[in-house]
Design a protein around this ligand. Sequence first.
Ligand code: NAD
Length: 433
Amino acid sequence: MENFHGELHANNELTLLKKSEENPFESMMQRFDVAADILKLDQGVYEYLKTPARQIIVSIPVQMDNGKVEVFEGYRVIHNDILGPSKGGIRFAPDVHLDEIKALAAWMTWKCAILNIPFGGAKGGVKCDPTKLSKSELEKITRRYTASMMDVFGEEKDIPAPDMGTNEQVMAWIMDTYSMHIRHTETAVVTGKPIIIGGSEGRKEATGRGVMQVTITAMNKLGIVPTESTVAVQGFGNVGSLTAELLSQQGCKIIGISDVTGGYYNKSGINIPEAIAYVQQNKTLKGFKGGDKITQEELLELECDVLIPAAKEDQITAKNASKIKAKIIAEGANGPTTALADPILKEKGILVIPDILANAGGVTVSYFEWVQDRVGYFWSLDRVNRRLERMMRLAFDSVYTTSKEYNVTLRIAAYVMAIDKVSKTLKLRGIYA
Ligand code: NAD
């Protein structure tokens, strides 16, 4: 059995090497294929799970501050809703495209399955540059996008959340626009809202807290002592900055950080609260004096125990994977490692905690927020954090056990677990004709 799975995995890795590594949906499917082979997934179920249930593209006309009308393109992809209402963030970025949203939606399906959250997977996006828009333009785009999605969104249907380029304020506008259309306030239609309008304690830092927890668990497995460890973090937004802060509170030395303006290195450790305060004042790390300037590549290739990619997709590729020196990679971002890089990291003995496990703290507390909104009773921060910790620990242990059972990486184990759960649910529910 073990031999069979080992051979199967090796053969699939060879196939992976022949495929392109630039398309995130393709990258997701390459891992899906390996897991589907291991599970001997029925061909019909395979086709069903690889195809998104719905893909919506809308035009968003907006009168800009200069009086001219600009038209933006918006997307929502519902990958699968077999486990429950679909759930997934909304990304505002100039280069966002449908294949990226399709991949992100599928990752949400797998993530919810691994964490045992009763949600399916979805993702949305608007092709725009939020850093170049005024607050009023951003609000108009958000409200018109929401109005176009009135048939899609719903607290029992499809529930958005923040992602790159969106934040609590954007979620508040979505909630308000949706509520205006249905003529009553509906807080549970979106998560990641400000606490004062039905958000949850602990949601803002939930993804970073989950990344911190799985990183410390992995360190324990490898015998790395957190207070003697060094960490590099790529991306200093919601996920990167809070992961860095929480790991530094655990005694880890954060020797490198970066954002879109470049990397910063300090072998004695960067003062993370200082870096966060700097970004709050200056929007980016540009000009930060708490470390020496390094390139994006140098940050990823730093000599350290843990590397946390927390920016965007396709950062660790077949080109740079062999140069990575970290012992653990904890994927705060979605899809930061390409499928072609996976076998190289495995060969080097690097323990990769895959995105669909490592960054699932966000959707877990989003689920808590949805539950609290629907019951109308709100939990303390302590209760949120305790429940989050328990769910992340359970998920990590299950993925770890599955990886031993099938003799595969944590990433393939996570896909095996998720696809197994969704396909079993599908079999029980059956295909409605
Ligand atoms: P964000 O917009 O708050 O921050 C993104 C950060 O990445 C910024 O600091 C930006 O400057 C930096 N960045 C962008 N391009 C970069 C590059 N080429 N090199 C280095 N840094 C770069 O976004 P976020 O919410 O922190 O999301 C980051 C990643 O985490 C995304 O992949 C997102 O899908 C994923 N994620 C987010 C959440 C969440 O709750 N926010 C949950 C799960 C996964």
